[in-house]
Design a protein around this ligand. Structure first.
Ligand SMILES: [Zn+2]
Length: 451
């Protein structure tokens, strides 16, 4: 059992993701932050245990807001290494259509373990493949999240517009609208937790304009409103997608989103690259969240998200590693580094600071998921923490500890806490046989490709 009151004492550096500071560390009581301490200050009441953090940089647990866990089985696959989005998808769809519950379980565990070791405590996954035999894909993922002791926003994805009807995915990967909606409602009823400290949440996530019908978009928005859950989809990732929307719907992407009732603060979008000024203003006014996925956008050469314009307009920005067939690493602290550098190319070095990038990876991402209890170090927030040491070669000679995390390329947390419990200790996940997991996962990946 976790001790009742824990003092994370005198950190080397600490990033709160807000305007408060806590040089003396913080006190955790029953899984929630109860005090922020100034330098030299002690807790107001006795603690049950003290963790000496003098060698650690302390961050709020990182929050990943877009992923496709199953894609860890198709990382760095030769035929798509040098492809942009549409041909990349068309080559991969038939492989992905062979996914099974056992393979999804392994893939989800691998992705979650990687994320956790990189300092991530809450992960969103966008799962939209439900071939025959894998109808209970989200149920499989719920179990994996519970085993790893993380928090997750599992999104019930969907594809309903197959090649035969002018969509991109092959027919065997699409489902009927009634099946999608019935399963969505079942999952929300069974798993969606509400309120502070929730571990598992469910959102609705039709895949993209070129793989679902407007009807499923509208029905998902109506269900999300009725059952009070969030909405997620891919939007404005590439110009191919914009051309598809113009040709099929006679609308640009944001007009299409608006036309199906999705332009709201219940929605967060993956990528959000190709917007004009008017579209940015409308997204900002609606408070629609944007998940920036820098590594994926660079790998597929999709473009650069206009983060600062979107933020200035009122659209919150969070970060996502995206699926492992287009990143191919599930590493949130490295993703914050990629965001820092890619956004500097767009806006210049002075405007894009390590604090800004880390703010997107924590507080910004929490806003995308509608989680007011996560993403910051403040009294009353959940005790989700990522602690990094600077004792590797790559940090030797560095001066500012917080900047060093991103500039020197930290890639692994030393300790990670979720809701007051240590899930990573000395760089290892408590209770997980990583070598065994890798062996099983590699075999599953080879089988999936072999067909
Ligand atoms: Zn994606």
């Amino acid at each position: 059992m976790a001790a009742t009151r824990i003092w994370i004492k005198n950190p080397l550096a600490l990033f709160t993701a807000n305007d408060r500071s806590a040089a003396g560390g913080l006190v955790i009581e029953n899984g929630v932050i109860s005090e922020l301490l100034a330098a030299g200050q002690s807790p107001t009441a006795p603690v049950d245990s003290t963790f000496d953090a003098r060698e650690h940089v302390v961050l709020p647990g990182l929050i990943n807001t877009h992923h496709h866990f199953y894609q860890t089985l198709t990382r760095a696959w030769g035929p798509v290494v040098n492809q942009p989005l549409f041909p990349w998808l068309k080559t991969l769809y038939p492989v992905w259509a062979r996914l099974t519950p056992q393979k999804l379980e392994l893939a989800s565990k691998v992705a979650l373990a990687e994320l956790l070791l990189s300092g991530c405590t809450t992960a969103a996954d966008h799962h939209y493949l439900f071939p025959k035999g894998l109808e209970e894909a989200i149920d499989v993922q719920v179990q994996a999240v519970r085993e790893l002791g993380m928090r997750a926003m599992l999104t019930r994805g969907s594809m309903s517009l197959g090649e035969a009807d002018g969509g991109l995915p092959p027919q065997q990967t699409v489902q009927e609208a009634e099946v999608i909606l019935a399963d969505s409602e079942r999952l929300i009823g069974r798993y969606h937790e509400r309120g502070a400290g929730a571990q598992i949440q469910i959102a609705l996530a039709p895949c993209s304009p070129f793989s679902v019908t407007p009807e499923i978009m509208r029905a998902s928005a109506a269900m999300a409103e009725r059952l009070d859950v969030r909405l997620h989809t891919h939007l404005a990732e590439t110009l191919d997608e914009e051309d598809f929307c113009l040709e099929r719907f006679g609308l640009r992407t944001v007009d299409y989103l608006d036309s199906v009732g999705w332009l709201s603060d219940r929605t967060w979008l993956a990528h959000g690259i190709h917007f004009n000024e008017d579209e940015i203003a409308r997204l900002g006014q609606a408070g629609t969240g944007i998940c920036h996925c820098p590594s994926s956008n660079m790998r597929l050469a999709s473009g650069i998200c206009p983060t600062l314009e979107l933020e200035a307009a009122g659209a919150p920005i969070g970060l996502g590693v995206d699926g492992s067939a287009s990143n191919d690493a599930s590493n949130m602290i490295l993703e914050a580094r990629q965001a820092l550098y890619l956004q500097r190319l767009r806006y210049g070095a002075e405007k894009i600071t390590p604090e800004l990038a880390l703010g997107w990876a924590t507080r910004g991402s929490a806003r995308l998921l509608g989680r007011e209890d996560l993403g910051e170090l403040a009294v009353g927030k959940q005790a989700d923490l990522a602690l990094f040491k600077l004792d590797e070669l790559r940090f030797s000679g560095s001066h500012d500890p917080l900047s060093a995390l991103l500039l020197c390329g930290a890639d692994r947390a030393d300790r990670v806490m979720v809701g007051g419990r240590w899930q990573v200790v000395d760089g290892q996940i408590e209770g997980l046989d990583v070598a065994g997991l890798i062996a099983d996962h590699r075999q599953a990946a080879a089988q999936l490709i072999a067909g």
